[in-house]
Design a protein around this ligand. Sequence first.
Ligand SMILES: *[C@@H]1O[C@H](CO)[C@@H](O)[C@H](O)[C@H]1NC(C)=O
Ligand SMILES: *[C@@H]1O[C@H](CO)[C@@H](O)[C@H](O)[C@H]1NC(C)=O
Ligand SMILES: *[C@@H]1O[C@H](CO)[C@@H](O)[C@H](O)[C@H]1NC(C)=O
Ligand SMILES: *[C@@H]1O[C@H](CO)[C@@H](O)[C@H](O)[C@H]1NC(C)=O
Ligand SMILES: *[C@@H]1O[C@H](CO)[C@@H](O)[C@H](O)[C@H]1NC(C)=O
Ligand SMILES: *[C@@H]1O[C@H](CO)[C@@H](O)[C@H](O)[C@H]1NC(C)=O
Length: 315
Amino acid sequence: MSTLFSLVLTKVAILLLCIAPISLSLTFKKIPLPTGATGPASFAFDLFGGPYVGVQDGRILKYEGPTIGFVDFAFDTPTRSKTVCDGQTNDSLGPTCGRPFGLDFNILTQQLYVADAYFGLLVVGSNGRLGTILASGVNGTRFRFLNSVGLDPNITQAILNGDATESLLKYDPKTRQVTVLLTRLSGAAGVAVSVEGAFVLVSEQIGQRIQRFWIKGPKRNTAETFITFQGRPNKITRTGFGDFLVAVNVITNQSTQDVLPTVVRINAFGTVVKRVALDRQYNDTGVTEVIEHLGEYYIGSQYVNVTFVGVYGIL
Ligand SMILES: *[C@@H]1O[C@H](CO)[C@@H](O)[C@H](O)[C@H]1NC(C)=O
Ligand SMILES: *[C@@H]1O[C@H](CO)[C@@H](O)[C@H](O)[C@H]1NC(C)=O
Ligand SMILES: *[C@@H]1O[C@H](CO)[C@@H](O)[C@H](O)[C@H]1NC(C)=O
Ligand SMILES: *[C@@H]1O[C@H](CO)[C@@H](O)[C@H](O)[C@H]1NC(C)=O
Ligand SMILES: *[C@@H]1O[C@H](CO)[C@@H](O)[C@H](O)[C@H]1NC(C)=O
Ligand SMILES: *[C@@H]1O[C@H](CO)[C@@H](O)[C@H](O)[C@H]1NC(C)=O
């Protein structure tokens, strides 16, 4: 109840802001994707900018600023043909074209890490083009619908999660081994490692919660519920301050499965710091990721009716 109550409060606060001279919607802009590109699900930034974004037709695009816009940067499989794949919105072509669904950037090595729903964990160098597969399964079983990748601050491990296998996984670049950290997740969606590398958060869309798995310290190798939601949490990103941003789709009608897209900011103790509804710009379209970069907030959505990257100046 208290969650719903604060949601209502947030909406009231937004309405009030809109009456005031500086309206929230004035601070919203859309960066168009190239013609045919849809479903910008996840982002990453390098030292000089970006974002990089993974789209429905299997491309990873890179933003080169307002004059040039988004350009082709990389792709996940040698079988990807631009003729067949560019602009396609047919999920059945995923195994041919790839679907980069989660991104994170390794500042130390200048490499982009990619969780591809069909091809596993890949890494892409600074020149882009075809990514290199680092891991495509665990214990001889292929990953199914890998969803998200989060690097620890020291880049000693990449934390992944597999949607269909419903597990939280770790890839160690030194040993090149994948290990299972947690199983039996319910709609695993996003991962993020804490700023000091002590724990990783993993979201469960169906479970409507985030679990915290301890990587270090006295609680090492144990998990606990970090926060629960009256909605479906998707991807999680870490801010410069060590807070986390979660894209949460609140179900507003059980029979139609209509959603209210929101962003929830949580501190490292699991306390909600802010909750913002995005329906004025996103209507009832579910969102997948919110990431902060230089004081702006980039919004991702996996759906093919989303043909732009939304950027809020304040949240
Ligand atoms: C989607 O792709 C599959 C496999 O290529 C094909 O069989 C199917 O007809 C396509 N669907 C549409 C709506 O184009
Ligand atoms: C993978 O194999 C190891 C060693 O045999 C085992 O301990 C672990 O439980 C297996 N994990 C899965 C997910 O099957
Ligand atoms: C990073 O690695 C250094 C050297 O191995 C270690 O001292 C430090 O604790 C690590 N930091 C984190 C956040 O893991
Ligand atoms: C949910 O949607 C159904 C079908 O459109 C509608 O009849 C019903 O009134 C809606 N419920 C609420 C609470 O809005
Ligand atoms: C929401 O609706 C408005 C007005 O119809 C439209 O301009 C906007 O593109 C929609 N947003 C999304 C994410 O589809
Ligand atoms: C976009 O597509 C999603 C998924 O089909 C749907 O729920 C949403 O209502 C659509 N948004 C708009 C603005 O049409």
